[in-house]
Structures are given as C-alpha cells and as structure tokens.
Design a protein around this ligand. Sequence first.
Ligand SMILES: [Zn+2]
Length: 493
Amino acid sequence: MTKHRMATRRQRRARRSPAEMGQALFSAAAPLIERVRDGIRARPGLSAAAVGLVVAGLALGWFPGERETAEPAAQVIHLPLAASTSESSVSLAAMAEAEEVAALTAEEDLAEAPAERDWTVVTVQPGQTMERIFRQVGLGPGLLHRVVHLDDDTRGLARIRPGDQFAFDIDADEGFRALRAELDEESWLFVEQGADGLTSRIEPRALDRRVVESSGIISSSLFNAAKAAGLSDSMTMRLANIFGWDIDFALDIRAGDRFALVYEEVWREGQYLRDGPILAARFTNQGETFEAIRFDAGNGPDYFAPDGRPMRKAFLRAPLNFTRVTSNFNPRRFHPITRQVRPHNGTDYGAPTGTPVWAAGDGRVIRSAYNNVNGHYVFVQHGNNIITRYLHLSRRDVRQGDRVRQGQTIGAVGMTGLATGPHLHYEFLVNGVHRNPRTVDLPDADPLPSDLMDSFLAAGRPLLARLDYVDPGSPLMLAQRDQTGCEDDSASC
Ligand SMILES: [Zn+2]
C-alpha cells in the first residue's frame, strides 16, 4: 500500500506560476466568502476565529497538480438534512440580531411555559451583573439575595455570562411570580413565588440527537468541499484530525480526494443546537481509502479502523497545523543560497513565521541549539530507533534533555539559518536513515482487545453501510466487504 502511495505521489509534481496561483485563489475566494457569510447567518455560534480558519483554509486551494484539475465546479453529493433546519436557522439568526441591538428583549415564549406564564426574556450583555438585570426588569436586590440563597441550584445564578438568557414572569399587581434560567444544556431551573415563599425546581429539556450523513469530493480545497457539503469548520477540523495520523493534510490533499461521514446533530425544542461527534468517517486520498469508526473501549471514545486498529499512531504525520501551510517547496530545487542541487532529506512546510511546531511523538529532546545552516533547531529521540528533526525555527520552546509529549509545542516556524522564506524543514530518521516523513509507515498503537471486537463490529457495520450510502463511488462497498469474509467477525477483514 505504501509503495503504491509513494508511486502515485511521485507522479504529481508541477509548479504553478504566481499569476496562475493568484488567479486560482481569486476564483476560489469569491464563492467561499459568500458561503462563510451564509454560514454565519445559519449558525450565529460560528466565531470570527472559525471564519479566519476558513480563509486560512483557502491556502489549501493551491494544488501542486495540473491546472485542469483545479476547476472550481464542485461535485458534491449532499443528502438532505432534517427538514426543519431552515426554519430554526431563521429564529436563531433573529435571536443573534436582537442581542446586538438591545440589552433587553421581550418575547412571548408560549411553547415551553405553563399557559399562565408571561415571560420576559433577558439576554445578558457584557459587563452586566445579575443585580443590574433585576433592576432593569423592576426587581430589587432583596429579592435577588433571597433567590440566590434559596438552595444549591439557585446559588449558580450569581455567576452569569454574556449571552445567558433569563426569563421573568412579573405581574403588574402581584410583582415577581417566576424566574426561568438555563441550568445547563439539558435543564431549566425555575424559581417560583408561591404562597409560602420561594421554591425552585429543575425541569429537563429533551435533547434530540439526529444522525446525519454528508459527503463531498474535493475540487479546490478540503474546506471548500466541506462547506459545500454543509459541514461547519470545526467539523472539518475534526474530520481532518481523525485521519491526521495517516494523511498529511498540509501537503497531500488532491483534487478528486473524497470524504464521507456520519455524525450527530444535537437539537433541542425544534432548534439546531450544535454538532455532535463524528460516528464514522471515510477519506480517500490519492486513491487510498481510510475508514474510522468511533468506539469506546473503556477509556473514552476514540476512532478505530474497521479491523480494530486505532487511528491514533505513535507519530503525527505532519508536525504543524495544516490550515497554516500555504505551499509546498520543491524538494529537488536548486538551492538558492548554496547554488547547488543537493539531496533533500526531509519535508518543507511553508507556513507563516510563528506557526507552532509540535513534537510528532512522545520523546526526549536530544538537541536544542542554533547554527548557521539549521538556524534554531530541535532534535527529538523517540524510543531507541526514531529521531525527528525540526529546522529553521524562529524560536525554541524546549531544552536539551526535556521530555516532550506528542502534539506539544516545541518551537515555531521561522527562517533562521539557510532559508529563503519561513518554513519548517522536518526530518524523520529510522535507525539513522532518512525516511520520507509523508509516507513512512508509522507504528500502530495497540489494537482493540479481541473480546471487544464483536461489539465493535456490531456498532460499526450499520455506520459503514451509511457511509456506503452517501459515498457510492467508493471501492469499499459493504457488499464487497461481506463477500471478502468480513461476516465471520475476524479481525482480518
Ligand atoms: Zn528543507
């Protein structure tokens, strides 16, 4: 498999002129920005940071492949989601707008309240205290004191955050009748004025978890295709993280790559609340297909290949965030400073100065130093036979002798030493021999214990069937899987 992968990768190396790249970027940007705006309208929870991420994801639009493969027409298979999506989007967007305009909003909330309740809903603004909110609705500090000191549940009402919502039922004659607060995502807290004084009670709010599926084919970038398939940016990142041990998302994504996933959406009272976990996913990268199924083997949920091997590996495929990698460097380039063609022993990731660089695996720092060629550099020893090297850093965050964990930041991208632009030069050595960091077989973590395989396969089979349903072009159809002996539940299918 690895050999096949290396061969296909070697075929695809071509450079685009800066003008071509600019043009490609421009044509990719216009529809994307439109989609980002749509995304904000539909889901007000989407943060500005997430938007930034998408714009950064644009960088992935530059494929080192042929010009013809980068045409913008997206081929996306998209299953219709739950019918009420658009309806709830409207009301969510309206809520977000109301929050911006007024500190105090009043609305009828007939759906969840007893018929006699007349709720005034207040959204907490930055800098507001509970006392100020009480004053705004005409209630005094004495009542607030009694409410907060009523019991353990109401004590939390003193700690409020911007965006929290409270509903008051205040009668013109009787005064305060009831307060409703969101205790957590799944429960209301009511404080009610009765004949004998204040009482509190908790009422559950049913969360509705809907299993949905989505798929797409990449024509310009993973982020574009995922957007078109209706995925949020955080969902796209989660998808990439599941396969990030096998696929180098910074450099190896190509037009024609495809993905499919089954995931949960969390709804409450008819409104979309947030995305839940990815239950199963498939990613086909340059003809090679990877699949992952979410399963809890007793240590919390994690992702496993259909044969029970964990997706997680002892090493990250790329030691930095793929959304910040802008372009590949030509490994066989004529060195602009030494003016020689020299063998290139690693992978160069072009990324902005300051981009965090992570330890690819657990290990110990054996060198953290500076010289004129490497600039600031860090070498990490992993076990007895593997060493990873990180060159041209703008800063080093570790010292010789430090123990580091996988994913720990050990420095930042820079252009110190012999470098013409900011990039990370990354090397992977096995028994002292340089290997291609993007294709070297990474050691697996331990597979699922055999006594869990039955329940894993039982949980996974319907999810794989759903992936087949949205990704019919995949070579890994469930029917074929069954024909090749997967029905016997052995770990070898
Ligand atoms: Zn290099």
